[in-house]
Structure formats: C-alpha cells, structure tokens
Write a protein that binds this ligand. Structure first.
Ligand code: HEC
Ligand code: HEC
Length: 337
C-alpha cells in the first residue's frame, strides 16, 4: 500500500507542473520564454499545480464572485481578445454600470511589478480583491464570496484537491487565481518567431520594426513591449478627469502618468488608452504624430511636439504591430472557459 501511494505521489509530482498543450506535447503552466527577464511573481511560494490552476480558472469564469451572480472576471477579460474587453471603451460591470477605465488585456502579468493603469495594486495575490469589491464591477465582499464558495457543492472538494484542505480562505482563493492568471503567457507571436529565426518578416514589417525601435521602444520596451514605467504620453493638457499615477502617490509630478501598456496583441485590444478614447491604431499614430497635448508632466521624450511620422511610416508601424498578435495564446484550450 505504502509503495503504491509512493508511486502515485511520484506521478503526481511529475505531472504537477505540466499540462497537455495544443501540439499534444506537455508544456509547463509557467515557464520563462526565451529572452524574457526573471518574473516578478514568486511562483516558488505558490507552485502551479493542475488542481490549483483548474480551481483558479473556475473562479475566474464564475459569476458567483459578483453580488448578484451576473458578472465574472471573464466577462470583462475575454480570451479571444487576449483577455481584454472586446469593443468596450470603458469597463462595464454589475447592473450595466460603467467604470472610468478601459479593461486591460491580461498576459505576462507574472512580470508586472504592479497592476492597474495607475499601479494601484502591487501584488498579484491581492489583485482580484479590487474588482470584487468595486461597486461598478462586481460589488461583492470577500466575506460573502467565501460564504458562497463554502456553501457550494463543488468548491470545498476543489480547494481540498488544490491546497490539501477544504477550509476555504481568501488567501487560498487568491492563490488559485494567481496560478491561473500568472500562467497566461503570450510569447508565440510572429514577432517572437521572427526573433527566433523561424520566420521572415516582410519589408513593411521590417521597416515597422526599425521605426518602432527608433521611436517607440524607449517606453514600449522589448521583449514585454513595456518598460513598466508610468508616463504621460500627451493625451490631455489637464488631469481633472483622471489623475492617473497621482491618485496613488498624491505627488503632483505624477499627474496624468499611466503605466505604459504592453503592445503585444494590440491589434485585438482596441479601443486604446486608459479610457479607451482612441478607436483605431491609425488614431494612435495620429496622436503621436500631431496630437500631443503639452502639460508640465508630459514625458520629455515627447516634449518636442511628438513623433514625426510619414503616412508610409504610420502604415509600416501598424503592420509591425500586427506581428505581435499571439494566436497560440488566444486559442490555448487551457485558458478556455
Ligand atoms: C467590470 C469589468 C471588470 C471585471 C468584472 C473584472 N475586471 Fe479586471 N480590470 C478591469 C479594469 C477596467 C481594469 C483596469 C482598472 C484600473 O486601471 O483602474 C482591470 C484590471 C485588471 C488587472 C490588472 C491588469 C494590468 O495590466 O495591470 C487584473 C490582473 C485583473 N483586472 C484581473 C481581474 C480578475 C481576477 C477579476 C475577477 C475577480 C476581474 N479582473 C474582474 C475590468 C474588470
Ligand atoms: C514617452 C513614452 C512613450 C512613447 C515614446 C510611446 N508610447 Fe505608446 N504609450 C505610452 C503610454 C504611457 C501609454 C498609455 C497612456 C494612457 O493610456 O494614458 C501608451 C499607449 C500606447 C498605445 C495604446 C495601447 C493600449 O493597450 O491601450 C499604443 C498602441 C501605443 N502606445 C503605441 C505607441 C507607438 C506605435 C509608439 C511609437 C510611435 C509609442 N507608443 C511611443 C508611452 C509611450
């Protein structure tokens, strides 16, 4: 008996970090893609297991996390658009209430030192508390969520399988969600394959990449396509509507600064900017070319009046941004509801 248990245990350990991927091989839930830096989130303290990942996924797609069971995390973060909210300028939550920011896409977040457009949350394991408690998102208390999970037919056994105890706690709930969301890795776009020497770029894509490296890379830094800093890219001349980073730090010099978004999957994640004000990538090009608003916190890189771009350069940049779409990620069955 002891022996059998030992073997079962060994098999569980061997399987624990892997799952079946699309090509039938096994791919670890979490891995560091070639060329990526070390992640910020410490998976050593919360190792991903198939059971923990599965529980995190069920929670992510379960409207039980909202007050009236109408809204799930997955309602505003949809896989087919890289976990952004398709075609929504502002987030749209419980009772059809609108938030004041655009739902960001979710991927590579294990590399993020902080979350939200203003960096107001600094740990992946507390991130879900923000939408759950937000009156215009899910409008629920964690105490109620825990009570509902405890009463459910399925959750106690799932927590037991994932964490070895059927006592449902906020920490275990957050850790399961961190296992699921932290495993969302996007690193298999045409751009990644080009960098690996597996595919060629067209002339327009190459020219776009060169332009990107000359004009955009200082903020949208490879390979994550963001340097994670907070910057003012000249959308507004005053920040009465949304002070951005200053909401968190209260420093006047942080007014109008927002976290530089990753541009991976950007073709899918329209509309653009923290409030979704720009509809198309061409609008974004026109913004950088001729729409920069001067203010005291405007980033020095843009303070000479923006980034001059010819019509051809705008098109080439957009063509290059198209190579950042990761079809493997948006079709990955492991993340499907
Ligand atoms: C009503 C729509 C809505 C729902 C429901 C929702 N989110 Fe979000 N999510 C947003 C918006 C909007 C933001 C950006 C908020 C901000 O910057 O102030 C965001 C930000 C995030 C971020 C940070 C991403 C980044 O780039 O910093 C994560 C992670 C996240 N949400 C996960 C979740 C989880 C987990 C749930 C479920 C518990 C959830 N969201 C439910 C709209 C939503
Ligand atoms: C000075 C730093 C900086 C430079 C240079 C810069 N950006 Fe940005 N970019 C930002 C910031 C900050 C935001 C988010 C602003 C906001 O929403 O308030 C942003 C947003 C974007 C978005 C919207 C993404 C989304 O998910 O909403 C796109 C697309 C974009 N930039 C493309 C470019 C391109 C192309 C270039 C080069 C022509 C460029 N950026 C140059 C800082 C920069």
């Amino acid at each position: 008996m002891k022996n059998t248990l030992g073997i079962v245990g060994l098999i569980v350990v061997l399987l624990s970090a892997c799952s079946k991927s699309e090509d039938g091989g096994t791919k670890p839930f979490f891995y560091i893609p070639d060329g990526f830096p070390d992640p910020v989130y410490q998976f050593q303290n919360n190792p991903v297991t198939p059971e923990g990942f599965a529980l995190g996924k069920k929670l992510f797609y379960d409207p039980i996390l909202s007050r009236d069971s109408t809204i799930a995390c997955g309602s505003c973060h949809q896989q087919f658009v890289a976990f952004a909210h398709s075609d929504h300028r502002l987030s749209h939550g419980i009772n059809n209430l609108l938030g004041n920011r655009n739902s960001p896409a979710l991927f590579n977040i294990a590399w993020f030192p902080n979350f939200m457009w203003d960096g107001g949350v600094n740990h992946l394991e507390v991130q879900p508390l923000a939408p759950i408690g937000n009156p215009v998102e899910m409008d629920e208390t964690m105490a109620n969520v825990i009570m509902k999970l405890k009463r459910s037919n399925s959750y106690p056994a799932l927590f037991e399988a994932a964490f070895g105890s059927d006592t449902i706690t906020t920490q275990a709930t957050m850790r399961a969600m961190a296992q699921f969301m932290g495993s969302m890795i996007s690193a298999d776009s045409k751009y990644d394959k080009y960098k690996d020497g597996k595919v060629n770029f067209t002339n327009a894509e190459l020219s776009g990449l060169q332009l990107f490296r000359a004009k955009c890379e200082s903020c949208h830094k490879e390979p994550l396509l963001t340097d994670m800093s907070f910057r003012n890219n000249g959308l507004d001349a005053n920040f009465n509507k949304d002070a951005g980073r200053a909401k968190i730090t209260t420093l006047p010099q942080d007014s109008g600064l927002f976290r530089v978004p990753s541009l991976r999957n950007v073709v899918l994640t329209y509309p653009y900017m923290h409030d979704g004000r720009l509809e198309k990538l061409m609008d974004v090009m026109n913004h950088y070319h001729s729409g920069i608003q001067l203010s005291s916190t405007l980033d020095p890189l843009l303070s000479t009046g923006g980034i001059p771009l010819t019509a051809m350069e705008k098109n080439d940049l957009i063509t290059f941004l198209g190579t950042l779409t990761d079809y493997t990620f948006i079709h990955d069955n492991r993340f499907k509801e």
